[in-house]
Write a protein that binds this ligand. Sequence first.
Ligand SMILES: [Zn+2]
Length: 675
Amino acid sequence: MTKSQAETELKALREEIETHNHNYYVLAQPTISDYEFDKLLERLIEIESQFPDLVTPDSPSQRVGGTVTKIFPTVVHKERMMSLSNTYSPEELREFVKRVQKELNAEGLTEAEFACELKFDGVAVSLIYRDGLFVQGATRGDGTTGDDITPNLKTIPTIPLRLKSPNDERAQVLLKGEIEVRGEVFMLKEDFETLNAQSEKQFANPRNATAGTLKQQDSREVAKRKLTFTAYFLSSDLLSDTVSHWERLRLLELLGFNVSPHRTLATKIEEIDSFLNEWEEKRDRLPFDIDGAVIKLNSIRQQNLLGATSKAPRWAIAYKFSARQAETRLRDVTYQVGRVGTVTPVAELEPVFLAGSTISRSTLHNFDEIARLELHVGDFVVLEKSGDVIPKVVRAVIEKRPIDAKPILPPTHCPSCQTPLINPEGEVNLYCPNEDHCPAQIQGRILHYASRNAMDIENLGEAVVEQLLKEGLIGDVGDIYSIEKQRLISLERFGEKSAQNLLEAIESSKLRPLERLLFGLGIRHVGLATARILARKFTSIDDLASASLEALEQTEEVGATIAKSVHDYFRKPSTLLLIEKLKRAGVNMKGEKSETIENAHFSGKSVVFTGTLESLTREKASEEVLKRGGKVSGSISKKTDYVVAGSEAGSKLEKAKKLGVRILSEAEFLSLLSP
Ligand SMILES: [Zn+2]
């Protein structure tokens, strides 16, 4: 390939990739598969690595990250980033509207028009574009100066690296010169939950996770977390002040930004009220957190006329939704023991209805929290549901405390195995040290092993694991592979079919990639991302188990703490016994490098087999699906992508037809394996 050929292809690839990015993230209307998208990106990176001087700052390859910043440079904001004055009171909101109207009337202006928008619960940032190119992004900081976090922001797919060039005269003007775009970086609730499930560090809420992510020094880490951006402010010397805020939002859309569609224009207070009421009620159904709404004067000229106080603009107000609270009684405090032995106090409450559901339990996190709240058993407590999904106890109603209320003392023994608890220095938590025999820890480990991001064993949920442990069918993770079908059927709640489904799900977990196994083992400090890195570097579990501390420490992105934890884990006799058991059961212990076949038909798809296949066994067929990045499941649901029907297919086939799942014959299945 000559340099000029490379240049031509790169240009076409960049445009194509950014178009697909926009279709996917902003319009939510992808036109190609993830697989095809990855192929385009791979091709781009391949050519760029051959011709490094052809890499441009707006190349989609920049989204992968790679810049490490030790200290973020300081940026002076061109225009101060003021925070808005806010209120929880509808009366104050009314006063704000009246005051604005009065001041405009005094200037001889008639009616004030207000733009009503949602207030995203994320982190505000400012983006500078010069001649259509994203050149600098910064945090709000103290409003006057912020941190330059450009490399981190570049990884967010909804932040255009180059503005779109729309067929609109006013938007065209903005492509030549400098513009500033402000908006909110946030994390979808779903992505937040996945992040918390995958990492040991737990964030309190999506805003917290977003703020923590934007401060990462390594932009590759930011690229891995799923952040998104919505724009709500556009300023430029290229725009006249006759262009209203509402028109600016439209321009932002044309330039390729994500702008929230949940907005309205209002002139009457009743219209503003109805917008607020609508979203206060619907907020839980949004895929992201909001904490209120923002009401802004729409005319920029009028905004300038009203100006600002030293703290906040006088033409806008944030209306915050009140936190939803309920009062109930603390009946008792119980203790949960997690898979690593952490003892967590749980508030047992008199059931109370709050924001759409009945609450009877709530975590109290640790003893510092109980002390901070000065909780007593028997207290009336206030439960609050704010942005977070899970309600929590925010205070005790001390004035209502009954005479017989009892102070809460930390437990001295494990509630599950009665072993004396320990409190390691510098930690707030109590631990049960009996890791090999504590039933609660064993149960926690098995549930973790079977969880979706680990070995993904459907049907092996909390109730089933508890039953299997109680009946003595299993004693640790390794035992699940030797459960006998007849014993299972003899248990209460198990029938022929449910037993078969569970065993099939357990069977298919044997073929999961090494990284899932490593994560599933629950080694301290080894989250999914670390497990992936280890599985790539070490070709098998034996290779990893025998690795020296030095070799572990030298692994990219593995620090001393993780290295020591992994090293210690593989030197415990109980670990060696467990690994031996899993090996004998035939669980995959080989690394990534083993065999993976790229195939868009199966990548990320869920497949169910039914009936008898002629040309290959079901195990072999499952293996072929897994190798192609798919998933094999024992039962059909709406999430199933294909049902492969062999001869004498039974009720599963009926169910597939009912749910409208695509049914493949054996021949069709085989032809999709080799596209
Ligand atoms: Zn215990």
